[in-house]
Design a protein around this ligand. Structure first.
Ligand SMILES: [Zn+2]
Length: 232
């Protein structure tokens, strides 16, 4: 029998498939529980300042009839960076922009900025660190677009550290929605970040969301891997 490289490749592939652990499947048949996930490793997604807008606010800022249009899909299914951008205006007239609008439209508008952004805007009241959608004690901010301006009464937050996981990925790691974990960062400025909220959902994909202040402090960029730690 004559051996050739392609035959060896086919045999190796067949053996590897046989040896592969039964994979948790998402609806599309995509295998989400990878060796990295089994080892607790997730990719980082750095969230620069951005906002979410109601359909009404999109029309005020960008003109009647405007709907958010896709600039780039995000890793989380259905979410996208839109082509639309706005400028934020602080209490003394300092501005910050461009600020990307993320879609799709939401029921309540929300602006997420870093502490460095707060200083740049000259904010007198520093917004609280909150999970997305939690506007308790959150101040407002003025948003300006090409067609108009909106002054929010609330909805300005600094996003909390959180990690998105598909339910199968959370299960493989022994985690559930709203658990708190820590994250080890390797690299030139190794660090452990404490108090990271787990957000597990059937529509999510593994991704650690850090704001630009956190990411710059520990020297990570989008796509780098971080390791979840259940207890120190
Ligand atoms: Zn997120």
């Amino acid at each position: 029998m004559q051996w050739d490289d392609s035959l060896v490749d086919r045999i190796v592939n067949a053996v590897m498939e046989r040896l592969g652990q039964p994979a948790a499947q998402s609806g599309s048949g995509e295998n989400l529980v990878t060796p990295d996930i089994r080892a607790g490793r997730v990719p980082v997604g750095v969230s620069a300042r951005h906002c979410h807008l109601t359909p009404e606010h999109v029309e005020i800022l960008f003109g009647a009839g405007t709907k958010l249009s896709v600039f780039k899909p995000l890793l989380q299914p259905g979410e996208f960076a839109s082509e639309q951008q706005v400028t934020l205006v602080g209490p003394t007239g300092k501005t910050l922009g461009p600020v990307r609008v993320l879609g799709p439209e939401r029921k309540a508008s929300q602006v997420e900025i870093s502490l460095t952004d707060c200083f740049a805007l000259g904010l007198k009241r520093i917004p609280p660190i909150r999970p997305s959608g939690d506007h308790r004690d959150a101040p407002g901010i003025t948003i300006v677009g090409p067609a108009g301006a909106v002054t929010l009464q609330t909805g300005l937050i600094r996003a909390n550290r959180h990690v998105h996981l598909h339910l199968s990925q959370a299960e493989a790691m022994g985690l559930k929605d709203n658990d708190t974990v820590h994250v080890r960062i390797e690299g030139e400025r190794p660090a452990v970040l404490l108090g990271v909220q787990v957000r597990a959902h059937k529509n999510f994909r593994a991704q650690l969301h850090l704001d630009t202040d956190d990411a710059n402090a520990v020297g990570v960029k989008s796509g780098d891997l971080a390791t979840l730690i259940k207890s120190l």
